[in-house]
Design a protein around this ligand. Structure first.
Ligand SMILES: NC(=O)c1ccc[n+]([C@@H]2O[C@H](COP(=O)([O-])OP(=O)(O)OC[C@H]3O[C@@H](n4cnc5c(N)ncnc54)[C@H](OP(=O)(O)O)[C@@H]3O)[C@@H](O)[C@H]2O)c1
Length: 316
């Protein structure tokens, strides 16, 4: 343990961080040890990580001092924020600043920051193809991350900028799975027309991050886009039909109709899907599948992910 490089992981009890924790623990000869950062070291999830072999420490991304302590002595840090816990890009930005400063104080040698595009570089606020939200964002949960990238460079923290993509796990946890229409038939609904959605198994994000830590210094200063597959709604529906053994249709609604669904975050997600669709070539191009597979040879396709997870998709 003493000669291993410690990777400290925010969100360790969650999707992205959890994937990284498991990737490190299942590779005991890889030269890395994992330190799971959690707000509650006594939670069931935190205790399970400790039993699995992780060091578990307290830390909160809203509290810079707690992070500096949690990162002390670590070689690397995986930094992720939790937009959907609070829906505030400003708070997300403050959290990134806390993580960057703490990494600086702790002298961390390699940060992997889970970021996304600041979509306003492509769709300025003056572009009315989609509404401006919260006064100054187009896709708040993307923009707040992208505009915070500079905190790491400002602090001269050696950082890899990891551009993630849509989790297929959203079909399980985020209410995006197939739903029965009035005709009783199952359908998935996205405002993507015939454009491709870059998707990934959430677990594979952490595994790709592990690949980045293993490569080390050569990855510092780079932006790395990852996806497991780029699929149209029709292709996703066809894969679901095959995996579930019942017909699943793709309902391609307009972005405006999606924004009007009215659930919390529908406007943010409507704009997000419109960004994916309108900038399909950019979005998929910056996330070549070969890059993710190079970092994580076990990268799953949508069909593989479905084979392992189809029973977990609620079919309401
Ligand atoms: N859903 C998607 O398709 C998608 C795609 C790309 C990017 N993202 C982004 O992914 C991010 C969320 O990552 P995730 O899905 O891995 O999260 P997650 O599964 O919801 O996990 C969140 C974990 O983070 C911890 N946490 C929450 N607030 C914290 C705080 N203040 N300080 C320290 N830890 C805290 C919690 O652990 P404890 O309770 O143990 O502290 C929780 O287990 C979001 O910002 C989202 O925008 C999502």
């Amino acid at each position: 343990m003493a000669d291993k490089k410690i990777i400290a992981v925010t969100g360790a009890t969650g999707a992205q961080g959890g994937g990284l924790v498991r990737a490190i623990l299942t590779d005991p000869s890889g030269g890395f040890a994992v330190r799971a950062i959690t707000r509650d070291v006594d939670s069931d999830k935190a205790k399970a990580l400790a039993r699995a072999g992780a060091e578990v420490v307290a830390g909160n991304v809203d509290d810079e001092a707690s992070l500096a302590k949690a990162l002390s002595g670590a070689h690397g840090a995986y930094c992720v924020t939790f937009f959907w816990d609070h829906f505030s890009p400003e708070r997300e930005s403050a959290e990134v600043r806390n993580m960057a400063r703490a990494a600086k104080v702790a002298g961390v040698k390699h940060v992997v920051w889970s970021t996304l595009e600041d979509t306003r570089r492509w769709v300025p606020l003056s572009d009315d193809r989609m509404p401006t939200l919260m006064g100054k964002y187009k896709v708040p949960h993307f923009d707040g991350k992208g505009e915070s990238d500079h905190f790491f460079t400002d602090e001269a923290v050696p950082t890899t900028f990891l551009l993630t993509s849509f989790y297929w796990d959203n079909l399980i946890h985020f209410g995006m799975g197939p739903k029965k229409g009035q005709d009783g038939k199952l359908a998935i609904t996205f405002p993507m027309g015939d454009k491709r959605l870059s998707g990934i198994a959430a677990e594979d994000i952490g595994r790709c991050a592990y690949g980045i830590f293993k490569r080390g210094a050569e990855m510092v200063g780079k932006s790395v886009g990852i996806a497991g597959e780029h699929l149209t709604g029709s292709e996703m529906a066809a894969a679901l039909t095959k995996a579930l053994g019942q017909d699943v249709r793709y309902d391609a609604v307009t972005p405006a109709a999606y924004r009007a669904f009215g659930f919390p975050g529908a406007d943010d997600l409507g704009n997000m899907f419109q960004f994916y669709a309108d900038f399909e070539d950019y979005f998929t191009g910056v996330r070549p599948l070969a890059v993710a597979r190079g970092l994580n040879p076990a990268l799953q396709s949508f069909a593989q992910w479905l084979a392992a997870n189809k029973e977990r998709i609620p079919l309401a």
